[in-house]
Design a protein around this ligand. Structure first.
Ligand SMILES: Cc1cc2nc3c(=O)[nH]c(=O)nc-3n(C[C@H](O)[C@H](O)[C@H](O)COP(=O)(O)O)c2cc1C
Ligand code: SF4
Length: 383
């Protein structure tokens, strides 16, 4: 039985703050790589149109796909850049369009360094070798990264800070640090990828150091009220020990909240993950398989106090999302693939035109992405 006469009475469509920023509902578009930039990381009008559509579709906050903070931090072909001032004008155009079509939509840029997880074709074009906390090859790509010196760590930290400041100049409402999925910041967090013996390795505190330093420096440069969020790795999903997983990742979330991050979105998996362990490969066939990181959220929400928790991963239906926020397991629900297929899914849910996304979680939007950039390949193949 439908519980609401009007979905506007639901918790999912009620407003809540992230730091100083009011978000009009609890539906977030999780960062999704667009593949719409040229070789210099400059996006074009496809990017503007993508975000205009999402802004019209009713989502409360949009997190744009990962943008690389320095030339050496690119991870994928045609990835968006935020590493130079030349990136600003087109990003600003997208931000202005988003805010013009719906002034209540918050638009946040995810900023990232690819670390050792870089597309092998790109490595040849790089001025310097790929960087990582330790010189351990990613088994899925085979590239042996350079172990970062203290100067490299300071340089990357500064690149995150200047990139955040550029994002602010472009008009974004905040940034999200990409601290998940095996890219550089999650490489530092993980004992599977970080074997350093200096102040950036060993203890949990040491492995977290680069993240908190970037956070503090961004706040100092961009102002304490300008939101800084994080997508945080909670499980590497590898068989080898040690790796990042609870209870250590839960403790990291507690420390991140204590440091003052404006919101935490939890996620997991790296390129090397065991396919059977990583729930991202699930086809999400029924409500029981939805929200596959919910067990982690239930634990983390209890210990991060008032810091808003964003839950992503396999959320497909209105009632599942509604119950997550109503029961207080997370403050926001976040989706990627359903909003590639139906950018107007939030509006459809609000107007009772849909109860569930039609996305099959086939993952073709990622594995078969073509030169056109992000799109639902299932829809396209149906014509
Ligand atoms: C095509 C594609 C691109 C993605 N790009 C990013 C990204 O840039 N940054 C990120 O944190 N996650 C990225 N993800 C992961 C999603 O944000 C999300 O965490 C994951 O797909 C699970 O959510 P879903 O079931 O709603 O798709 C991407 C996923 C897809 C399918
Ligand atoms: S390609 Fe598959 S996973 Fe991607 S949006 Fe379409 S149906 Fe969903």
């Amino acid at each position: 039985m439908e519980k609401f006469d009007l979905r506007k009475d639901s918790t999912l469509f009620s407003a809540k703050k992230i730091g100083a920023m009011m978000v009009k509902n609890r539906l977030v578009r999780s960062a999704t790589y667009e593949g719409m930039a040229d070789d210099n990381g400059l996006v074009d009008n496809r990017y503007v149109a993508l975000y205009e559509n999402l802004a019209r579709g009713g989502v409360g906050m949009i997190i744009a796909g990962f943008a690389f903070v320095q030339e050496n931090g690119i991870a994928a072909k045609n990835q968006t850049g935020i590493h130079t001032d030349e990136c600003i004008p087109m990003l600003k155009k997208a931000v202005d369009v988003v805010h013009r079509v719906n002034e209540n939509v918050n638009f946040v840029l995810q900023i990232a360094h690819g670390g050792r997880q870089v597309d092998s074709d790109l490595v040849e074009k790089m001025k310097n070798e790929p960087l990582a906390p330790s010189s351990i090859a990613d088994k899925s790509i085979g590239i042996i990264p350079k172990e970062m010196t203290i100067e490299d760590i300071e340089d990357v930290t500064q690149s995150f800070v200047t990139s955040a400041e550029r994002a602010k100049r472009a008009g974004f409402d905040g940034v999200q640090l990409h601290g998940a999925h095996g890219y550089l910041l999650s490489e530092f967090l993980s004992p599977h990828m970080n074997k350093r013996t200096d102040d950036h390795g060993g203890s949990t505190e040491n492995r977290l150091r680069i993240v908190t330093e970037i956070f503090e420096n961004i706040k100092e440069t961009c102002g304490k009220d300008w939101p800084v969020l994080i997508k945080l790795q909670i499980d590497d999903f590898v068989k080898e020990e040690p790796s990042l997983k609870p209870p250590e990742s839960t403790e990291i979330a507690r420390r991140i909240a204590e440091a003052g991050f404006d919101a935490i979105e939890i996620s997991g998996g790296i390129y090397e993950s065991d396919e059977k362990l990583d729930p991202w490969n699930l086809k999400v066939k029924n409500a029981d398989e939805e929200a596959y990181f919910l067990p982690y959220a239930k634990k983390i929400k209890k210990i991060i106090g008032e810091t808003p928790l964003i839950l992503v991963g396999g959320i497909r239906s209105f009632m599942v999302a509604e119950n997550i926020v109503k029961d207080g397991y997370a403050d926001f629900t976040s989706m990627s693939r359903p909003l590639i297929m139906e950018p107007d899914l939030p509006k459809k849910w609000f107007n009772k035109l849909s109860d569930k996304s039609t996305c099959t979680s086939c993952n073709r939007c990622e594995t078969e992405m073509n030169k056109k950039g992000l799109s639902c390949l299932l829809l396209e193949s149906k014509g």
